[in-house]
Structure formats: C-alpha cells, structure tokens
Design a binder for this molecule. Structure first.
Ligand code: NAP
Length: 351
C-alpha cells in the first residue's frame, strides 16, 4: 500500500510516500480502507520527536481516519466488514489502509458524510470532553472560545451552544471572526494585531466569563484569565502559539478561579498508560450525543481544506501559518502527482 513514512525524527519535509506492506491485524483489530485522514497540529511535533508520545521508528503518521471496514479479527463486535467508520488510531492514518483496536472504531450514521465525521471526531470529542466532563459548563453560563475558527475552536463554539451556554469568541482576522459568528458566536473579536488585554476588555467589559476554552496559550491565556468572573475556569486545551502562558496564582486565588487541563488522548489510549477500554463507554456516549446534535441540525462540521497525500507538507505549512479553518484533511488514496492539484482544494464532504 502507499503510505507516508517517517524514518527519523526531524523535518516533516523529509517524509516521502513509499510502498509498504499493509499492517497485520492484531487480536481485537479492525482493518480499514482509508477514505481520508485528519491533519492535526501535533503531527509536526510528532515527526520532530518532540510530542508527549514518541512512536517507534519507522512510523506512519495520521491519528484519525474515516473509511470502510475491510476485515475484523475474530470476536470483534464494534463493527462489521463494509461498514463506514471513524477510527481514532494514534498513528498509521496517512496510508491506504490502517488497523485499529475495535474500542476506538465508531460506525457512522448514514447521514454523516466522511468529511463531516473527521471534524465531528477528535475535534468535537475534545470540545465535548473539555466543556462537559472537565469544566462542567452549565446552561446560561458564558463561554469564551479562543482560535474560534480552527478545528477544535469551531467545535467548542457549537458544543458550547448545544450545552446551553452563551458563546463569545476571538480569532485571527475578519474572515475567521465572520466564520465564528456563523457557527454560533454572539460576538467575535479579531485578536491578530490587537493587545490581548484590550481584546478581553472588548469581549467582556464586565469580566463575566465563566469558562475560557483555550487552544492558544501564551499572552492570550494570560489576558483571558482576567476576563473570568469569580469561580470561573480556564481550560488549557493546547498551545498553538508555541508559548506556555505565565499564569499568576494570585489571580487564581483572589477570584477563586480554576485552571483546568484537558487531554482527550488520555481517553482513547494516547497516553503512557493505555486506558481506552476503561473510557470506551464514556467516549461512545459522547460521540452518540454529538451525532444526535448533528442530526438535530445543531452542529455544522467544516472541512476547510482537503489535500492529496502527496501535498502533505504544503497542508501542514498552511496549518502552522494559520491559513486554515475548520478541519484539514488528507486523501491517502489520491494520485501521487501534484500537478493536477490547485492551491487549496474545495471542501470535500462526500460520503
Ligand atoms: N487537549 C486535547 O485533547 C487536544 C485535542 C485536539 C487539539 N488540541 C490542541 O489544540 C490546538 C488547536 O488544534 P486544532 O486542531 O484546532 O488546530 P487548528 O485547526 O490548526 O487551529 C489552531 C489555531 O490556533 C491559532 N493560533 C494562534 N497562534 C498561532 C500560531 N502562532 N501558530 C499557529 N496557529 C496559531 C490559529 O487561529 P487564529 O489565526 O484564529 O489565531 C489556528 O487556526 C493545538 O495546539 C492542538 O494540539 C488539543
């Protein structure tokens, strides 16, 4: 099969598409013919060998895929051959086939297109877990989402609304702010060239935010702490800015604030101790809720850009240069030729 292979930790531009043997099927395993895979922020770190988990070399990146089940190991009951599925596999997704343990394979409702499923998976599950399980966002509370037009940002806007919160947002640029408003933000401020404290004063002059969903880090987190009301929660979800925030414990103390970390990977086996079996019912219930909201028209997952696998490096550059919105996906089965591809392909939500 064709696959993008990483032989040594370093620059992602060094990765090449190769012909490799398909992975073998482990006990409890499911083999999937991949239709598309998510491109995620952490891939660059993973390939550089700087991510919290270090895969064994050589490895095929690609943590989340959609496709059709080709075969299942004896005793597998989560899905059957021919079924359309989403799978959270950790690695191996930038290839024509992948295998997953059945506990992280999720059959797709007929109404959910493959592209939609890639956004509804990891991004919406992260937003749901952070807001519902960790921050316990309540009806009527105010949620502020940073980087609101990104993969987890758009998901947090919509999950926050579905949980009954009032949602406000910040994003980089007028177009991203318009997109955030389209996805449910009552107000969105462009923070690209602005002073972070000024952004927070505009968003919440009364300092009345209950929960901040923060995938950005750095100066924006530091400023966001100041717009929380007493008892508020700052959810540290990611550090897309590349800067760890310097948060002042005295502000936490004075206003009875909580700083909460959230790592969805811990629920699906992407952690030093694999706990995916323990959390499987909880994750399946969350995804069922997400699919139900989607069926009710409460969610609008968005594939902003899709690329053939051969343009992996270009796609990753666009992601890190902040030139993408929603979910960015790769099509592993696409031709290896780059000649026919436009700079940014139109959204692909086919099933
Ligand atoms: N904790 C978890 O379980 C979990 C799960 C999934 C993702 N994450 C993390 O959440 C973060 C966002 O993930 P995502 O999938 O939403 O990625 P994404 O779609 O690429 O969104 C990231 C956004 O961050 C903003 N950003 C701010 N400063 C940036 C900078 N210096 N460079 C690049 N982007 C910058 C950009 O939006 P603006 O231009 O609007 O600022 C960008 O669109 C990542 O750090 C990721 O690792 C965490």
């Amino acid at each position: 099969m064709r696959a993008l292979v990483c032989h040594r930790f370093g620059d992602y531009h060094d990765l090449r598409i190769e012909q490799v043997a398909p992975p073998s099927l482990p006990p409890g395993g499911v083999r999937i013919a991949i239709h598309a895979a998510s491109l995620s922020f952490s891939i660059k770190l993973l390939i550089a060998g700087k991510y919290q988990l270090k895969p064994e070399l050589p490895f095929i990146p690609g943590a989340e895929v959609v496709g059709r089940v080709l075969e299942t190991a004896p005793g597998v009951s989560a899905c059957r051959p021919g079924q359309r599925v989403l799978a959270l596999i950790g690695e191996g997704g930038y290839a024509e086939q992948a295998v997953s343990l059945e506990s992280t394979v999720y059959p797709l409702p007929d109404a959910v297109a493959f592209g939609e499923a890639l956004h509804l998976g990891l991004s919406y599950l992260t937003a749901y877990g952070a807001l519902a399980w960790r921050a316990r966002l309540a009806v009527g509370e105010t949620l502020l989402v940073l980087a609101a037009a990104g993969g987890v940002g758009l998901a947090a806007l919509e999950v926050g609304r579905a949980l009954g919160a009032r949602v406000i947002a910040a994003a980089g640029g007028a177009e991203k702010c318009a997109l955030a408003r389209d996805h449910g933000a009552a107000l969105c401020v462009d923070y690209r060239a602005a002073d972070p404290r000024e952004v927070m004063r505009t968003l919440a002059p009364q300092q009345d935010v209950d929960v901040v969903f923060d995938p950005v880090g750095g100066a924006m987190s530091e400023a966001a702490l100041r717009c929380l009301r007493p008892g508020g929660r700052l959810l540290a979800v990611g550090f897309a800015s590349g800067v760890m925030p310097q948060l002042q414990p005295n502000i936490l103390l004075v206003k009875n604030l909580s700083l909460q970390g959230f790592n969805f990977g811990a629920y699906i086996g992407w952690s030093p101790v694999d706990q995916r079996k323990r959390y499987e019912p909880q994750v399946r219930a969350a995804l069922a809720q997400i699919f139900a909201w989607q069926a009710q028209g409460k969610l609008s997952p968005l594939v902003g850009q899709s690329y053939p696998l051969a343009r992996f490096a270009e796609a990753l550059e666009a992601l890190h240069q902040r030139n993408t919105v929603g979910k960015v996906i790769l099509h592993p089965a696409d031709t290896m030729s780059t000649a026919a591809s436009a700079a940014i392909d139109p959204p692909t939500l086919e099933s």
